[in-house]
Structures are given as C-alpha cells and as structure tokens.
Design a protein around this ligand. Structure first.
Ligand SMILES: [Zn+2]
Length: 340
C-alpha cells in the first residue's frame, strides 16, 4: 500500500518512506516468549511483540512523523509517500513490485532497526548449496572410521570457511569482512546404511562491490577441496541457489548527510553506519535507481527472536528525525491554522 501526501510542487523534492508489515513466524518457539508474541505488551518502556522492531514499529514512527507535521499545520511542498510493503522477509517482492511498476522518488528511507544511526548500505547474501553423493553400503562393514556423504560434507565446512580467513577489502572497516553461516545440513538415510547423499546450505554475506571476489574465493576453496562448481555430472558439486544483492548510496549523498544532520538534532550520538542484514533498499537502489538510506528505532539483534522489543523513546526519536528531515527535504508549507 502506498499513501501519498504533499503538494507535489514542481522543483520540490519527493521522498518515499518504506517499511514492511510482514513478520517472521512466531508460532514456533512461542513458549520462549515472556508474553504472547502478538500481545504488544508494554514493559520497561518497551513494546514487546513480533514485529515490534522489525518492522511494524517503524511504520508507526513514520505515521507519527506525518501526522505530527499535519497536526502543526504543515504540508510538504514536494510529495511524501509512505509505503507499507509485504513479503520483505522472504525477499522483498512488495517493494520489487512497486519498482517494476515505475515507483519513482528523489530519495527513499527504508525503516529498519539501526538504533537511529544512518545506514547508507547493506551487505548482500549468496546462498550456496553443496551436494555430496557417495557410494552407499551396509553400516556393518563401514569399519571404525565412518565415511559416506555426511562425513564428507562435514569435511567440506572447514574448506569453505578457511577461504574467508584473512580476507581483506577496503570496505571491511564499515561492513565487516564477509561472513559464512552454515544454515542447514541434511543427509543420510538411517543408522544401518553408509549415507548416500548429503546437502549443505551456506549463506555467504559480502560488502557492496565485493560479491564477485567473495564468490570466486569460495569457488577456489571448494575446488581445492575437490568440489565441482555447477556441474551436473560431479558427485560433489556446489551451486548458487539464490542471491540477494548488496546495495549502497554514497555516504556523501545529500540524502545521507541530510538525514544524519536531522538524526543528530534529536540524538547527538547518531553516526553513519551500514546495515548488517539485507533489506528492501536493494530493490529501491538497484532496480528503482532511488538513493536510499536505512534508518529506524531499536536494534536488529532484538529481531527474529523471542521477546522482540522496541524502546518507545527510540520510536519517538525516529518520528522526530523523520518529521524534521521531511521539512528540510520536501519543504514544508504552513497550511493555515493547525488541524484539530
Ligand atoms: Zn525487517
């Protein structure tokens, strides 16, 4: 859903505020929560609930900013859009659809938890799947040293992680070095048989501009371990299953610097940063060609876990920062007497 507000005056700049209303699942692991995941309970000045910080709370902050401006009788000269999108968590089809339908704006802010620091980019993720196949056999004749596809797959993990040791690139200082997560390993048939097949799913995260190099390093490391690359005939093969690209807007861009100035007005410690997770900024930047910042209340470390929470004071700071930035970016016209 996209709500639009402002006069759309020629020469005035437009702005899109974007965040998502879909959330990760809460049913599984609900017993680890201290409240019902959908209760939205307030405790210690924090709102607790699935989506509190990622990212329904952020949508509320954006609404507070817009309603606050309206309530003091201000209206943007340019156009301000509020995009409430779905399907961000699995890959961003909501924002992607808007970009494909011709969404255009002079700038965008994707509202995600950054502790009210201003992020100008985020890392990309390559999902690799390594498939290992080996000869099956009776478990009774396997001997003392186990073999088969499961053991072989486990041996491949250090080969994969070693290629990232000592990695160095200029972006490391802000984005951190590439990281590897072995997300899933699945194989074997039963305890009576030497496993015939095993798959290993690994997520490789990389800084903008380093995707090709990181992937090449992974490919080389796997080749040294005897794993083929994208060859249907190889018994041990790795391939890219999916790819969520990285995105960046130059930190010197007036969007980034303007938002940083607004953020520091309400939180003097606000700094420039980068976002460690992926988000819909990639579609706005790479598909929509829209300069994009990532900004919002709370900590990413609180998301996707039990007792997800957002501090109310941080939501207020987010709303104040957005309102101030909208006034500066889109211009604001006093609209007669304040609204009731
Ligand atoms: Zn999110």
């Amino acid at each position: 859903m996209i709500a639009t507000w402002g006069r759309g005056a020629s020469g005035a700049k437009s702005l899109t505020l974007n965040s998502h209303i879909d959330v990760v699942s809460w049913e599984e692991g609900a017993d680890a929560w201290s409240v019902h995941p959908l209760a939205g309970e307030v405790r210690d000045d924090r709102i607790i609930g699935r989506g509190a910080v990622d990212a329904k709370g952020q949508i509320v902050a954006a609404c507070m900013a817009l309603l606050g401006l309206r309530d003091v009788g201000l209206e943007p000269e340019g156009t301000v859009m509020l995009m409430s999108v779905v399907d961000e968590e699995p890959g961003g089809n909501g924002t992607l659809a808007a970009c494909l339908e011709g969404l255009s704006a002079d700038a965008a802010i994707v509202l995600e938890p950054t502790g009210n620091h201003v992020a100008y980019g985020h890392r990309g993720i390559v999902d690799l799947r390594v498939t290992v196949q080996s000869a099956a056999g009776h478990g009774a004749v396997a001997g003392a040293a186990p073999g088969g596809a499961v053991v072989r797959a486990a041996d491949i993990i250090p080969a994969l992680s070693s290629v990232l040791h000592g990695w160095h690139a200029p972006q490391d200082a802000v984005y951190g070095p590439p990281s590897l997560n072995i997300g899933r390993i699945e194989g074997g048939e039963d305890i009576f048989s030497v496993p015939r097949r095993c798959t290993l799913d690994a997520g490789l995260r990389y800084a903008p501009g380093t995707g090709e190099a990181v992937l090449a390093a992974a490919r080389d490391g796997l080749a040294r371990a005897g794993v083929g690359w994208d060859e249907d005939s190889a018994p041990e093969v790795a391939r890219v299953v999916s790819h969520y690209d990285a995105a960046e807007t130059p930190p010197a861009h007036r969007l980034i610097q303007g938002l940083l100035g607004a953020a520091q007005r309400f939180a003097p410690g606000a700094t420039l940063t980068t976002f460690p997770g992926g988000c819909d900024a990639r579609h706005l930047v790479n598909r929509g060609g829209i300069p994009t910042a990532i900004f919002g209340a709370g900590e990413l470390s609180s998301a996707h876990r039990a007792d997800e929470a957002v501090p109310i004071a941080e939501l207020v700071t987010t709303a104040q920062t957005l309102a101030w930035f909208i006034m500066e970016w889109a211009g604001c016209h006093r609209n007669g007497s304040p609204a009731a």
